[in-house]
Ligand binder design. Sequence first.
Ligand code: 6PG
Length: 466
Amino acid sequence: MTYKIGILGLGVMGRSLGLNLHRNRIPVIGFDPAPKVDADYPVPVSASVRDLASALETPRVILMMVPAGEAVDAAIDSLKPYLQKGDILIDGGNSFFADTERRAKRLKEDGISFVGMGVSGGESGALLGPSLMPGGGEAAWARIRPIVLSIAAKAPDGEPCAAWMGSGGAGHYVKMVHNGIEYADMQLIAEIYDLLHRGAGFSNAELAEIFAEWNKGELQSYLIEITAQILRRKEGGVDLVDLILDEAAQKGTGKWTSQNAFDVGAPIPTINAAVESRILSSLKAERVAAAQVFNGLGTDARMVLPDTRRQELVHLAEQALYASKVVSYAQGFAMLRLASTEYDWGLDLAAIARVWRAGCIIRAELLESVSAAFTRQPALPNLLTDSAFSVSLLARQAAWREVVQTAVGLGIPMLATSASLAYFDAYRSAVLPANLTQAQRDYFGAHTYRRVDREGSFHTHWESSV
Ligand code: 6PG
């Protein structure tokens, strides 16, 4: 028996993808140096890398599911002696896109096609249908396309949530930005939760109902759905969420999004605020000490609200969360557009929005409107100016401002929500105070400035009296 695809790395994601391939009747074999599979795992496991390679039909297709970083290089090195020209190697981990480009270049010298494939959806996505973002050597796509499409999640209209992203590291780059938006989405939800819970005194049980209700409307999304479930979970009669330490960890994809945004010149303040909020959360001991210092501040007291006002705040919060979420997606997509030009990828933003409609962590009703916007106007520079979004942001901006003002008054931190609002206000400002910044640069560094009334480059001797 020869197999159509091999999986190197049978951790949670590799094992689940193996089951998904098996369920879709694609002959698959796996290998792991220390396999942890149940006795009834239906996918055969080979005894060595060599056996894995020789069990596959040629040219081979091998999917590596190993942790990003050095483990990927080590996996490639272990496979290399058994590979031949024409073989296709897929990296399905969260690798940094520049690493993917380096690996692709190296392997190309030996005629091996390297595909960097973003895989989103966690364990259950991998098992039941992830969102898949492959990119790299285009020739490989024709060969792996049927396999990739068959295991991908299916959107409500039946379209598989997988598409070719572009050359080089395009697939891993798109997955990186997906994770940046994921960080923002999660942080925005956490801030609204904090305002309503710590600020307005809603219980976890009440908030579970509120989030479940929101999930039936324009906020419908996987992250809102799981938030409602999380808030309902009890352990020993106590809400489990209250037993979890408030230090958010991170594996790096959000940070890479922020770092690369500076390289491509993309303003993504909501995503940056989400990354920084995780970093701030991890300073637990310092925060505990600072809480003692500012104990008498008196602004972070809980609001005592009459019932009608409480309900009103919930309604305002729903609108503020929606508006902030739209802005975070707008930032992510605008970044993808800039990166596409910078790295010459020709990214199809409408196709990316369609791939994210199901299977992935940021799947949301909203993505239907995002894909419609980019289908209507493929060159749209920013989602905010598409009529579907501009109208809904205008309708929600009063609520949005009131929520941020309420949080400011109470001393509840809303780094991401307020960054979304500030981005909206900056992006829609025809005039910004950068004229003053330019004057300062020219004052202390003779950096020159351009003028609104004349062409050219100007310098002023600021310290002279005229
Ligand atoms: C996904 C997730 C997944 C994972 C990341 C984020 O799309 O399925 O993004 O890739 O959860 O590792 O993890 P951190 O929050 O640890 O950075």
